[in-house]
Design a protein around this ligand. Structure first.
Ligand SMILES: [Mg+2]
Length: 259
């Protein structure tokens, strides 16, 4: 096993670094060892319910060093995607206030009528009337974009809550329109970070607990993949999956001795 040539670690958060507000044992040591070895780390999360600032504050609260360049959310990736592909298009939005504020930093133009795009995030402030409107606009031919395909988000005590993917499935069942997801497993977020920090793909590793998002994104982007068993995946789910991670560890703590 050789992870010594990895220069940049792209780390999932929920189920990989923490669960809700509880940092996993050894997660801080893992980050400290990355810093000590002069490597980069970026928390790359599909969770679009919070903004970059929210995450920086959360990591600070949990005692983990996290600066501006250490966070990349699917919401931020959506902002870049809109700038690159749909600048000046009008967007009807289903998402949290935090995500809306984040997207304003990318000059996204929000409207309530006649949009070009229906954009869905992990909307923890979801309102039925907005679903009705979204269906109407999708029926009228609006482009359907979504931050992340996750069906559920894990919270404490083994519970979970419906995530962006579940909201999109509801809209798809109603309209027969499918969204383009910008977050993992789309390799888009990894490609942006590889270019931004000028790191070669062979020197990048994705670390995550979910096969269908984290590991598949790494596979699609052609980087090293590390699955941790601290969240959703078990040895059995990995065995049953057609996409296999390059490495499997019980938790991020066990990666320390290999970097
Ligand atoms: Mg996760």
């Amino acid at each position: 096993m050789d992870l010594k040539n990895i220069e940049m670690f792209l780390l999932d958060m929920d189920g990989t670094i923490y669960l809700d507000d509880i940092l996993f044992d050894g997660a801080k040591d893992f980050i400290d060892s990355i810093i000590k070895n002069h490597k980069k780390y970026i928390f790359m999360t599909n969770n679009s319910s919070k903004s970059k600032i929210d995450y920086i504050n959360k990591m600070k609260r949990l005692g983990v060093l996290c600066q501006d360049d250490n966070i990349f959310t699917s919401g931020m990736a959506m902002g870049i995607y809109l700038q690159e592909n749909y600048q000046d298009k009008k967007v009807y939005f289903l998402g949290t206030t935090a995500l809306k504020e984040e997207l304003k930093l990318y000059d996204v133009k929000f409207v309530e009528e006649n949009p070009d795009i229906v954009l869905v995030g992990f909307d923890r402030e979801l309102c039925y009337q907005r679903l009705e409107k979204a269906c109407e606009f999708l029926d009228n031919g609006a482009i359907f974009l979504a931050t992340n395909c996750d069906l559920v988000c894990p919270i404490k005590d083994g519970r979970y809550i419906p995530d962006c993917g579940s909201i999109c499935h509801m809209l798809t069942l109603a309209t027969k329109k499918k969204p383009t997801y910008i977050g993992k497993p789309n390799p888009y977020m990894i490609d942006i970070l590889a270019e931004k920090f000028n790191v070669k793909k062979e020197n990048i590793a994705v670390v995550g607990d979910r096969i269908y998002t984290d590991i598949t994104a790494g596979y699609n982007a052609n980087v090293t993949t590390i699955c941790v068993l601290s969240g959703e995946s078990t040895l059995q789910t990995i065995e049953e999956s057609s996409i296999k991670p390059d490495y499997v560890f019980n938790s991020v703590k066990d990666i320390i001795e290999h970097i």
